[in-house]
Design a protein around this ligand. Structure first.
Ligand code: SF4
Length: 226
């Protein structure tokens, strides 16, 4: 019998009833806690590597430090830190000295502020913008009518080159700011250092892609039929 695709996003049970939350919890046929026990065991093996274990441990500690009122009980817990502060704190916890900032041309004002924030927090910051190298889009087979500014020179985004810069400079942790869909994927694939995404590009929604999800029943209802 073919195994069903893992489908936590479709889980029908309340959070507290779920197998991943409670030892005798409920699980649907597509539950990876049930059907992917080997994956969990293999992940625990991987976590025996000291550097991976420390990364995971500090990420969990950072997660809990993002809340206040823990002493008052779970219902009183509230978030207190923006992601950018969490990123600074996590990098400090990991004792990183040199960070990479891979950003989009369209977010250069933001990148300037972010760079300053990290450098004044005690880090060396290596930054590279998506258009670095000034390679024409034609070099990857993009036609003139497929550009944004038709009839003009347009530099391709080169996330692989951005990653190579970070790799050469031996950055310890790379921060992605506003790279386009797909370009971000290539950066993440070619970066040697672990990465985090500070901002996911969404040109229309002020880099808050979830705004379309939050308003799916009102302004973005058309997405449900597209
Ligand atoms: S791990 Fe299983 S129980 Fe938990 S959300 Fe996924 S499908 Fe549901």
């Amino acid at each position: 019998m073919t195994k069903e695709l893992a489908g936590c996003a479709r889980c029908p049970f309340d959070t507290k009833e779920r197998l991943c939350q409670t030892e005798d919890g409920k699980s649907p046929a597509f539950c990876p806690t049930d059907t992917y026990q080997a994956a969990v065991e293999n992940s625990l093996e991987e976590l025996k590597k000291p550097e991976i274990l420390e990364f995971a441990r500090q990420a969990s500690i950072q997660e809990a430090h993002g809340y206040a009122n823990k002493d008052l009980g779970y219902t009183h817990v509230k978030p207190v830190k923006p992601r950018i502060l969490e990123t600074v704190e996590f990098a400090k916890r990991m004792h990183y000295k040199r960070l990479g900032l891979a950003f989009c041309l369209g977010l250069r004002p933001e990148a300037k502020i972010i760079e300053k924030l990290f450098s004044t927090s005690g880090f060396e910051v290596v930054s590279a913008l998506c258009k670095m190298g000034r390679t024409p889009k034609e070099d990857i087979g993009v036609r003139d009518d497929q550009k944004i500014n038709i009839g003009c020179f347009e530099s391709m985004c080169n996330p692989i080159a951005q990653a190579y810069v970070m790799n050469s400079e031996k950055t310890e942790f790379n921060i992605v700011v506003g790279l386009c869909i797909g370009h971000d994927s290539l950066f993440l694939k070619y970066s040697e250092a672990p990465c985090t995404v500070l901002a996911a590009k969404d040109r229309l929604l002020g880099h808050n892609p979830l705004a379309a999800v939050y308003t799916i029943d009102t302004y973005y209802r058309s997405l449900k039929s597209e």
